[in-house]
Structure formats: structure tokens, C-alpha cells
Design a protein around this ligand. Structure first.
Ligand SMILES: [Zn+2]
Length: 244
């Protein structure tokens, strides 16, 4: 059972947490109208689906996975042939490299569905940002999810390193997580690791939101950036930040 944080900023963060179902409903209501306008934007690659549709597809896949009902879609020879000429992944997942959190499996997706950027600690790096931008700008991907997870080794390492050494001298993996560690430490929460995991996801969402690369698409509703947290035991991905 995850320890519940009680300090102000963490309480606010938890209040922002939505279930997948609620998130999908909200996006359907508020996002669909804006999406159609974006698809017509001159020079842009029209997304294959709206952000709400993309999140709904992730939701459905994760629910199948939670209940041992994976359909393993799009894993056959015909699909391979279909993709030889190009790809149009509906979602970007920025996730940890952890072997227990493979995005294609936990969202029950097959070939061509997800554009995945993985590195320990699921933080935004220069090359990662450029990769994500490629998917959004050239492949028409309409949803970006930053996906953290319980018992993350990179966050554990950052907790040990950030407080004792100057950030400038740390490996990039830890240095990128240090702001979240600092926020969690300052808040004085009971479960520092759990809070740092969530705050790190939120930090990375904010970094992506502030990038000029995505400003126009975020404004017109053709792109959404959300945070998620994967529970190792249940297999559930919980939305921890709407990206709004
Ligand atoms: Zn991890």
C-alpha cells in the first residue's frame, strides 16, 4: 500500500490525480472539437487520432493487461507488411528502462502503435526530446505520456546521490531527477521515494509542456501530454497529472 503524503504540495498533486476513465471522459468532452481544427493545420501531419482517442486506446489496453486478457494486437506478418512503408504511432511513451515496465506489453499494443523513448528514470534529455518531436511533428502522434513506476532504481539512486553531491557532478540520470528529490525533501513527506517518483513524472511533463516544439499543438488541442504511474503489483497505470 502506498504511503499517503500529507504535505500541501503533495496533497495538491494527489488531488490532480485522475483515474484513467475520468481522464478519458474529460478529454472526450473538451478535446474533440479542438482536434478537428488542428488536423487541418497547414503543413502539419494530421494525427491519426485525437488525444482523447489515443488515451482511450491506452486505457483499454492497460485494462486488458491488468486482467490477464491481452489481445496481443498487430503482431502478425500482415501487420509487418503494412508498416514497411511507414508508421503512424498514436502515442509516445517516455518510460523507464526497467524490465518490469515494457510499454507495448502493459498497454497491450502491437507493432506500429507506440513510439517509445526509454531511459532509466524516464526523464527528458536532449536526444529524447528530439525523438519525441519527431513522432509528434513527422508521424502525427497526438499523445505523450511520461510514465514512472514504483520501486524505480533511478529514483532510489537519485535519493542517495542528490542530497550528498553537487548536481553538476552527478550522472545525468540522477541529476535530471534531483529537482523532484529536492521538492519531495522540502515537503517533508513521509514516503520520500514515492513522492519523488510522482514529482519526477510531473517535472518531466512540465518540461515537455514548456518546450516551444509543442506549444502550438498544445494550444490548439491536437496534442496532450500526461503523466502516468505504473503499479508493479496490479499492473495498473494511473494518471497522476492531466497535463493541463
Ligand atoms: Zn525506473
Amino acid at each position: 500500500m502506498r504511503t499517503i503524503c500529507t504535505i500541501g504540495s503533495i496533497r495538491t498533486m494527489r488531488a490532480m490525480r485522475l483515474t484513467f476513465a475520468a481522464m478519458v471522459a474529460a478529454l472526450w468532452i473538451f478535446g474533440t472539437a479542438q482536434f478537428s481544427a488542428v488536423a487541418a493545420a497547414a503543413g502539419a501531419v494530421a494525427p491519426a487520432m485525437s488525444p482523447a482517442q489515443a488515451l482511450a486506446q491506452l486505457t483499454a489496453g492497460n485494462q486488458r493487461y491488468q486482467h490477464d486478457a491481452n489481445s496481443h494486437p498487430h503482431l502478425h506478418a500482415r501487420r509487418r507488411s503494412e508498416l514497411v512503408g511507414g508508421q503512424a504511432p498514436f502515442a509516445v511513451i517516455l518510460s523507464c528502462s526497467d524490465s518490469r515496465v515494457p510499454p507495448e506489453l502493459i498497454f497491450d499494443q502491437g507493432l506500429g502503435g507506440l513510439f517509445v523513448v526509454r531511459l532509466a528514470g524516464n526523464t527528458v534529455t536532449r536526444a529524447g526530446l528530439e525523438s519525441i518531436d519527431y513522432a509528434v511533428d513527422h508521424l502525427g502522434t497526438s499523445l505523450i505520456m511520461v510514465l514512472g513506476h514504483d520501486s524505480c532504481g533511478a529514483v532510489k539512486g537519485a535519493l542517495a546521490e542528490c542530497v550528498s553531491k553537487p548536481t553538476a557532478g552527478l550522472p545525468e540520470i540522477f541529476a535530471n531527477i534531483c529537482p523532484a528529490v529536492g521538492q519531495a525533501t522540502k515537503a517533508g513527506v513521509a514516503n520520500l521515494e514515492s513522492s519523488a517518483i510522482e514529482l519526477n513524472v510531473i517535472d518531466q511533463v512540465r518540461i515537455l509542456e514548456r518546450s516551444p516544439l509543442f506549444k502550438k499543438r498544445l494550444a490548439d488541442g491536437s496534442l496532450k501530454i500526461v503523466g502516468g504511474r505504473y503499479d508493479l503489483e496490479s499492473g495498473k497505470v494511473e494518471i497522476i497529472n492531466s497535463g493541463d
